[in-house]
Design a protein around this ligand. Structure first.
Ligand code: SF4
Ligand code: SF4
Length: 180
């Protein structure tokens, strides 16, 4: 049975490596925006976008913090763009044990790009606003997703848990978790 479609806003930032000059204005703006209070300090170590700069190979790669992952991956790739090789992990935004990128300096907690969520909303993410050479461009589009599919998956998961542990145990566990 098909359910109603709901609209979901997809936000993306496109990166044009040929345009990036490694000025690091994006790092500064991001860290200032996420300072507490907002704009009270600048510390690129707290930025959700970091530049991987390899002067020798003329490599400037802005990468944004993505999801936290407990284990490092077992793949190591080399990307070739316009006949230029980019080192392994250059484009990866995952917060993983293999490197110190995107970890809050004091607590070590993972950082993640939140697209500069703000109230009222920013016209564009801060890193895009300050990039004077248009190496970063913001795009927003709406996609339709089926609400029912997600619920269906949730129901299947719950059904199997209830089948395995019994309804009362699941109810007790959810009650305990919601009190935490
Ligand atoms: S602000 Fe733009 S040009 Fe400067 S480092 Fe960031 S992405 Fe590159
Ligand atoms: S979109 Fe905002 S939070 Fe994400 S990297 Fe750019 S400035 Fe930082």
């Amino acid at each position: 049975m098909k359910g109603a479609l709901e609209k979901k806003k997809i936000k993306t930032i496109k990166v044009n490596l040929d345009k990036c000059i490694g000025c690091r204005a994006c790092e500064i703006a991001c860290s200032a925006f996420h300072a507490n209070p907002k704009y009270s300090s600048v510390n690129p170590a707290r930025s959700r976008i970091r530049m991987v700069i390899d002067l020798l190979n003329d490599e400037y790669v802005p990468i944004r913090a993505a999801d936290y992952t407990k284990a490092e991956c077992d793949g190591r790739h080399v990307y070739t763009i316009n006949e230029k090789e980019y080192s392994e992990c250059s484009f990866c935004g995952s917060v993983c044990p293999a490197r110190d990128l995107f970890k809050e300096p004091d607590s070590g907690l993972p950082l993640k790009c939140d697209m500069c969520e703000d109230d009222p909303p920013q016209k564009e993410p801060l890193c895009v606003q300050v990039c004077r050479v248009d190496a970063l461009t913001y795009e927003e589009k709406e996609e339709e997703v089926e609400e029912e599919v997600k619920l269906g998956q949730m129901e299947i998961g719950l059904e199997s848990l209830v089948g395995k542990y019994g309804l009362q145990k699941i109810v007790d566990t959810v009650a305990r978790m919601s009190n935490k």
